[in-house]
Structures are given as structure tokens and as C-alpha cells.
Write a protein that binds this ligand. Structure first.
Ligand SMILES: Cc1cc2nc3c(=O)[nH]c(=O)nc-3n(C[C@H](O)[C@H](O)[C@H](O)COP(=O)(O)O)c2cc1C
Length: 382
């Protein structure tokens, strides 16, 4: 059946379809070719590997694209896979225009004399074998005649916006190294040796190194003159700054939620404050469990922003791990309660934004005070 003969589904909402399809994350490429002495290029995300034996790719171009006609005529094209800093190229080639290549570095492929962009993450040169039509597009099946890759990270495209991929393995290592540092598995001021962490955490050396660099930017790790990584002692100033940063994010999330929070979240927050009460009142309730509920409360709130970036920034400001080590298990009940969090949960339920932000501030002051006492009791640094 020819897909062009298919009738549109009556009442089918194209905007909705575009939004739903946008949930499929992809990389970003620029398809280049040349024809009749002219260079052509268009940004394309509808690209996929098709077969290993023989090596084949497919890519889909709208028939209204001038690059489409040039690829058809030339019978050869290059898929230039963009790196994460090449959003400008994606935008430049995503528009119509005769001078797309001006100021862009490129070489000309041995095979077919097609422009190959410089400094991209990878290039794959293909010869068109078939070009069937699908709706408004042509699907170009291409046999691979050349393929090269450089090091770097890909530019991603998701729900109409460019982004960066975060490797799950790297993120996992970062979280483990952070936990290691905060739990003082290497004592405060001590040296963090990469090969020890690699063995202890079962991680890749590069990931451990990158995690330590990230923790350096967060102020939790420092580098000595010889370049060694060391656990930075946490002082009152550092701890105050982190709590204030977190409060700012929470207040921002609350203020931006004029339409309110969903019922499920409000119930979760209230339940968490009840569970905190249970732990505080029970003789064998531990500070670790209490702080775990605190974390869950705050994280649930920030997660409601819907922004994974904001949520990750928020997590990076947490130093809760050090307090379980810094306090012995007896005295925390007098210093840390959940009254402000209950007030916050209630204010969110009744939609009182000012009262909710007030509770965030009051809670933050209490947390800062708690942290300062722990730090002072350890001689000014933990
Ligand atoms: C991120 C992104 C992805 C795109 N993906 C495709 C695609 O897969 N196929 C396509 O035909 N157009 C795609 N486009 C749109 C074309 O790049 C755009 O229509 C361009 O102006 C065509 O230029 P041309 O007529 O010079 O070939 C994409 C644009 C952007 C910004």
C-alpha cells in the first residue's frame, strides 16, 4: 500500500501527535550533499542505523527540503553527527538559506565530493540504495561507504529542545563518590586516591576522576598543590551556603506553581511528616531514618518542578550524609523536628504560597543552626 493514499484519521490532533512523538529522544545530525556544484545541508533527527551486514543507515527528509532534492539527484550524502556544543550548527542548518556553509569548516569527501563538516562527533557517508516515500517524507536507505568518529558527547534533541546526554554509569559513580566523601569514608582533610575509589566502588577511573572534579566545583573536595584530591572540611560558611541554595530552589519551585501541587504529592508530603513524628517519638528511631524522610520530603517537592536539571542541582547541594556521622544518636531529637515541614505541607495544601515560602525559610534557619552546632562540636569543621 502506498502511504500517500492513506487518508488522515478524522479529528486526529496533529499538535498532540507532535507533542507525543517529541518524547522520543534522538541525536542531531546535519545531512550534507552537493549537486551541480552547489552545497546542500539540512538538520535532521530522523536518522537511524538500519543494518550491520551490509552496513546501512536510513534517514528521512521532507520532500519540501532542498537538500532532499539534492540527495535524490546526487545519490550520496553524509550524516554529520553533532557534538553537544554544536547547537548553533543545528540551528543554522535547520533553516532555509543559500549561505548555510559560509564560515563553517568542512572538507570534501573522497567518495562523491560531498561536504563533510569539521569537528563533528562522527561522519557516515552513504550511497542511496532505495528512496521510498512515507507520508510527507522520503526514506533514504543508504549503504555506508565511509564512517569515522571522534571523542566527545552527542547533542540530543528531546521534546523540541536541545540537550545533553548524561551517562547513567557516570552519574551513578558520581553519586557513589559523593556519598563516600560525605560519609567521611576518607576522613576530612584526607587524600582521595583514584585507584582506591575505583576498587572500593567498582567504578571506571575516568568516571571517578570526573566525579572528583565535579565535587571540587561543589566545594566538597579540593586539590592540593601537587594535584591530589582531598576531602574538604565542611565549615559553617560552606554549610550555610548550601542550605541557602537549597532554600532558594524550593522557594522558586513553590512560587512557580501558581496552579498548585497535585493531590498525590500533597498526600505524600503529609504522610512523610507523620512518619517523621513516628521516628522522633520512638525510642529506637534513628537520626539516619529521620534524615532520610527529610530528604524524601524535600526531593518530592523539587521533583514536582518537572525539571530533571533543577532536581539534580538540588541533590548536589545536599550534605545530609555528614550529619549522621557528626552526631551521636542521642541529642538530635531536641534540635531537629519536623514542625516547619508540617507547616509547609499544610500551606501547600491550602495554596498559601507566602506561608509555604515562610516555612521553607524557617526550616532552613533551623537546619543551618543544627549544622553549625555539629560543626562547632567538631572544632569548626566536619
Ligand atoms: C532538531 C531538528 C531536527 C530536524 N529533523 C528533520 C528531519 O529529520 N527531516 C527533515 O526533513 N527535516 C528536519 N528538520 C527541519 C529541516 O532542517 C528544515 O526544514 C530545513 O530548513 C530544511 O532546509 P533545506 O530546505 O535547505 O534542506 C529538523 C530541524 C531541526 C531543528
Amino acid at each position: 500500500m502506498n502511504t500517500q493514499d492513506l487518508l488522515p484519521i478524522p479529528g486526529f490532533d496533529q499538535d498532540m501527535f507532535r507533542r507525543v512523538v517529541g518524547h522520543f529522544a534522538s541525536g542531531v545530525t546535519v545531512i550534507t550533499t552537493s549537486h551541480d556544484g552547489r552545497l546542500y545541508g539540512t538538520t535532521a533527527s530522523a536518522v537511524s542505523s538500519l543494518s550491520m551486514d551490509p552496513p546501512m543507515m536510513l534517514m528521512c527528509l521532507n520532500r519540501s527540503s532542498s537538500t532532499h532534492d539534492a540527495v535524490r539527484a546526487a545519490g550520496i550524502y553524509v550524516i554529520n553527527i553533532l557534538a553537544d556544543h554544536q547547537e548553533d550548527l543545528a540551528l543554522r542548518f535547520g533553516r532555509k538559506g543559500a549561505d548555510k556553509f559560509s564560515g563553517v569548516g568542512y572538507t570534501v569527501s573522497e567518495h562523491g565530493g560531498v561536504p563533510v563538516l569539521e569537528d563533528v562527533l562522527a561522519t557516515i557517508t552513504c550511497v542511496v540504495t532505495e528512496a521510498p516515500q512515507g507520508g510527507s517524507h522520503t526514506v533514504f536507505f543508504g549503504q555506508v561507504v565511509d564512517a569515522r568518529a571522534a571523542s566527545g558527547n552527542p547533542l540530543a534533541y528531546y521534546r523540541g529542545a536541545f540537550g545533553r546526554l548524561e551517562s547513567v554509569r557516570e552519574l551513578d559513580t558520581y553519586r557513589k563518590v559523593r556519598r563516600w566523601v560525605l560519609s567521611r569514608s576518607t576522613p576530612s582533610g584526607g587524600e582521595l586516591e583514584i585507584h582506591n575509589l575505583v576498587t572500593a566502588l567498582g567504578a571506571e577511573p575516568d568516571d571517578v576522576f570526573n566525579s572528583l572534579v565535579k565535587l571540587t566545583t561543589e566545594g566538597l573536595v579540593s586539590r592540593s598543590d601537587s594535584g591530589a584530591f582531598q576531602v574538604t572540611p565542611i565549615t559553617a560558611e560552606l554549610s550555610d551556603g548550601l542550605y541557602e541554595g537549597r532554600a532558594m530552589i524550593e522557594a522558586g519551585v513553590i512560587a512557580s506553581r501558581a496552579q498548585g501541587f497535585d493531590e498525590g504529592l500533597l498526600e505524600t508530603l503529609l504522610q512523610l511528616t507523620k512518619d517523621m513524628e513516628g521516628i522522633r517519638c520512638s525510642a529506637d528511631g534513628s537520626l539516619r531514618d529521620f534524615l532520610e524522610l527529610h530528604s524524601r520530603f524535600h526531593q518530592s517537592l523539587v521533583r514536582a518542578s518537572g525539571s530533571s536539571q533543577l532536581f539534580e542541582s538540588y541533590r548536589r547541594l545536599s550534605i545530609a550524609g555528614v550529619w549522621t556521622e557528626a552526631w551521636d544518636d542521642t541529642d538530635w531529637r531536641d534540635l531537629l523536628d519536623h514542625a516547619e515541614l508540617s507547616r509547609l505541607a499544610e500551606a501547600l495544601r491550602t495554596g498559601e504560597t507566602d506561608a509555604a515560602i515562610d516555612a521553607v525559610r524557617a526550616y532552613t534557619e533551623q537546619a543551618k543552626h543544627f549544622a553549625r552546632l555539629a560543626i562547632a562540636s567538631r572544632g569548626g569543621a566536619v
